[in-house]
Design a protein around this ligand. Structure first.
Ligand code: UD1
Length: 371
């Protein structure tokens, strides 16, 4: 049984690491091969990730790079098709919701190759978010759907997906988190390496921003960065800047705003560095999906700078609060967190480090039954 596993962008890498390991642990009957579409190509964005996570080198790299959504998705499809013909797998496994996910799922489905989607059923119900479109369509194309929280099953059933295709297995990203936590790089060391020794001594917060809805509009971005300055006056702020965000901050001339002793700007972090930053932060402010889940698993308060979340369990059970992009709301939620009135939260069911094991066993049995 050959399973072709696809990664494209940064948040895919940590999800695929435990899945590849779990397939390997099943023995020689199952062969998992890795395709990297090259959607993310920077060394800072990806080589480090592969190394730190112990992911094998990709068997194929499609090197698609950046482009408009249509260009990027089309280019992945165009280049993935011959790779799929060549490798002739029993199934294609995709994770998450990036453009590479939908592109490869669509190519496989049209060729009659079964599609397996890990992290299925998450819905923000906000079609302005490109990932939402990728999620809905990928799930429609999938034969086997693995969910991280039970809300996923309800969403999928409403969209007409048969119940027996859906398996609640937990969260592979949390498998990776638990495995790597002992190796997390302490925030104090990251600050010292950046020439700001002592920056974290009295506690610190962390900010990440990269959603187009937050960073592509100059007025919205300026308001968020001005809020970041006000946050930093209450608790020093570490801000690892995504390449997309770096480009727009520079284009809109907003960099001087952030030049303060209470703000530490960093390049995109490796996985173990980001883990260390999140673990000991007094608060994490983010528009990322994955970070909402990672902070819930770590018990670190998370303030989500979006109007909605596709991961409601992080709010219902975890440490997450949805604050949107309104400065007064963000600062009020932060005030509560700093005053010790934040949510305690608990770790959701099946976020126990064994999700990939469950997935590998179900995939093997399913493929064997199909013959
Ligand atoms: C992509 C995913 C998003 C995910 C995010 C995590 C889609 C639709 N979006 O967004 O869901 O949360 O990755 O990082 O798939 N760039 C670089 N180096 C790189 C990659 C990108 O400099 O290695 C810059 C380029 O200027 C590029 C821009 O970032 O144009 C956007 O990259 P892209 O892959 O289109 O989307 P992300 O914003 O990274």
């Amino acid at each position: 049984l050959r399973i072709l596993c696809v990664v494209g962008a940064r948040p895919n890498f940590m999800k695929m690491a435990p899945i590849m390991q779990a397939f390997a642990a099943l023995g020689p009957r199952v062969e998992a091969q890795l395709v990297h579409t090259g959607q993310h190509y920077d060394v800072a964005m990806n080589h480090q990730y592969f190394q730190a996570l112990g992911i094998p080198d990709p068997d194929v790299n499609l090197e698609v790079g950046s482009g408009s959504h249509a260009q990027q998705t089309a280019e992945v499809m165009r280049r993935f098709e011959p790779a799929l013909d060549d490798l002739a797998p029993s199934a294609v496994l995709v994770v998450g919701d990036v453009n590479s996910t939908i592109a490869c799922a669509l190519v496989a489905a049209k060729k009659g190759v079964p599609v397996i989607h890990v992290e299925a059923g998450l819905r923000s119900f906000d079609r302005a978010m490109p990932e939402e479109i990728n999620r809905v369509l990928t799930d429609q194309l999938s034969d086997l759907l693995f969910t991280t929280e039970e809300s996923g099953r309800a969403n999928l059933l409403k969209e007409g997906i048969a119940d027996e295709r859906i398996h609640f297995v937990g969260n592979v990203m949390i498998d990776t988190l638990r495995l790597n936590l002992p190796r997390a790089v302490p925030a104090a060391r990251i600050a010292a390496d950046a020439g700001r020794r002592g920056f974290t001594d009295g506690g610190y917060s962390v900010l990440t921003l990269h959603r187009p809805s937050n960073v592509d509009d100059p007025a919205v971005l300026r308001r968020l960065l001005e809020t970041a300055v006000r946050i930093s006056e209450r608790v020093p702020l570490i801000f690892p800047v995504h390449p997309r965000t770096r480009a727009t901050i520079e284009r809109f001339g907003l960099l001087p705003l952030l030049d303060r002793p209470t703000i530490l700007l960093l390049p995109p972090m490796g996985y173990l560095e980001m883990l260390g930053l999140m673990k000991d932060a007094r608060a994490v402010l983010t528009d990322s999906g994955g970070i909402q889940e990672e902070t819930t698993a770590l018990g670190t308060p998370c303030i989500t700078l979006r109007e909605n979340t596709e991961r409601p369990i992080t709010v219902d059970e975890g440490t997450n609060t949805i604050a949107g992009s309104d400065p007064a709301t963000i600062l009020a939620v932060l005030g509560d967190v700093l005053a010790g009135r934040g949510k305690a939260g608990r770790v959701p069911h099946f976020w126990d480090g064994r999700a990939a094991e469950r997935i590998a066993a179900i995939v093997r049995d399913w493929l064997e039954r199909r013959g």
